[in-house]
Ligand binder design. Structure first.
Ligand code: NAP
Length: 311
């Protein structure tokens, strides 16, 4: 089995927390280099200030993981594809649907693998929910994704800029679960987006979804102002009368009050296993559904202004 030489672009929190340790223990990958604007050094691989310098100095890199903020991901991904590299995209894949579709087409034209990772999809409980919902009619959906932005994103300026997604940075994780497990698509019918008066990205969002089939209630509440206990839950009801509850960010599933699946999170381990399979098969995996829901929320959303936010 081939070992792929992988490089990382942007050495921030998620790279330190997940990508570096997960690559280190996966025999299918070898960390070949990192590109870091600040020149952050990592163990066992050279650092370059730009991807261009990295590609020139280490020409046998097979693939890159683009782990920057979303606003700059498209240009780094396009440059990597042009350099002949396969590309793994951190979530959210790009800032616009148009950018993602262009990357998909460009990767296909160059016969490169493009992989949109949505880490919350890689949980045993999420897969169990998907299986349980197969062939069912969903009549009820309520997403409650409420956390304390100061706790999870301290000092991250990009998240409050246009294209930084604001509360949709975590919210898109919930949407990536929902688009993965629901047997039929939901659409955005109404979105109330609450922006701090000094920010270009929302701190809260309330969404009403619609669906092609009759339903009782389909909604989502995203809020970054929740202190104390943090809430990452999705409740789903079916026409057959079953009630599913995904809790703890999608790592625990209860059906009709009975625990069905709960395993420790190993999302990034599963992501890199999947990437190895995609590389072996020369197959891309481009899932634009979560991004499209967020784009539609911004397209149709009503803007509400609230108090300024200071970190
Ligand atoms: P972060 O800590 O702010 O790190 C992002 C890194 O990207 C920076 O440290 C910087 O590293 C590099 N970078 C390149 N161009 C940049 C620019 N124009 N502005 C700012 N940084 C730039 O962010 P993060 O939390 O790791 O998140 C990165 C991505 O991963 C986001 O899309 C986020 O949604 C996703 N993600 C984060 C988490 C989490 O728990 N934090 C979880 C899952 C997914 P260099 O100086 O080394 O270039």
């Amino acid at each position: 089995m081939k070992t792929y030489k992988v490089a990382i672009i942007g050495v921030g929190k998620i790279v330190e927390d997940q990508h570096l340790p997960v690559i280190a223990k996966n025999p299918r990958f070898q960390l070949a280099a990192v590109a870091s604007q600040r020149g952050i050094e990592v163990t066992g691989a050279p650092t370059f200030r730009t991807p261009a310098e990295m590609y020139q100095a280490v020409p046998d890199i097979d693939a890159v993981a683009v782990c920057t903020p979303p606003q700059v991901r498209y240009s780094y991904a396009r440059e990597a594809l042009d350099a002949g590299k396969h590309v793994l995209l951190e979530k959210p894949s790009t800032t616009t649907v148009g950018e993602l579709l262009d990357l998909r087409d460009h990767a296909a034209a160059g016969k490169r693998v493009l992989f949109t990772t949505w880490h919350s999809q890689y949980n045993a409980a999420v897969e169990a929910a998907r299986r349980a919902l197969a062939g069912q009619a969903v009549t009820y959906l309520q997403i409650n994704w409420k956390e304390d932005v100061r706790r999870w994103h301290p000092g991250q300026k990009w998240i409050w800029l246009a294209g930084g997604f604001g509360v949709f940075d975590p919210g898109i994780n919930a949407l990536s679960i929902v688009t993965h497990i629901l047997p039929d698509p939901v659409f955005i019918r109404r979105a109330d987006l609450t922006f701090p008066e000094n920010c270009d990205a929302p701190i809260a969002a309330r969404i009403e979804f619609a669906a092609a089939r009759p339903f009782e209630h389909l909604g989502a509440d995203f809020d970054w102002r929740q202190t104390g206990e943090q809430t990452w839950e999705i409740e789903i009801g079916t026409a057959a009368g079953n009630r599913l509850k995904l809790a703890k960010g999608g790592s625990r599933l209860d059906i009709d009050g009975q625990l069905v699946a709960e395993e420790p999170m190993a999302e990034y381990e599963a992501i890199y296993d999947r990437f190895a399979t995609l590389l072996d098969d020369g197959a891309s995996l481009v899932d634009e559904a979560p991004l499209r829901l967020v784009a539609d929320a911004f397209l149709i959303g009503k803007r509400i202004t609230t108090d300024p936010f200071y970190d």
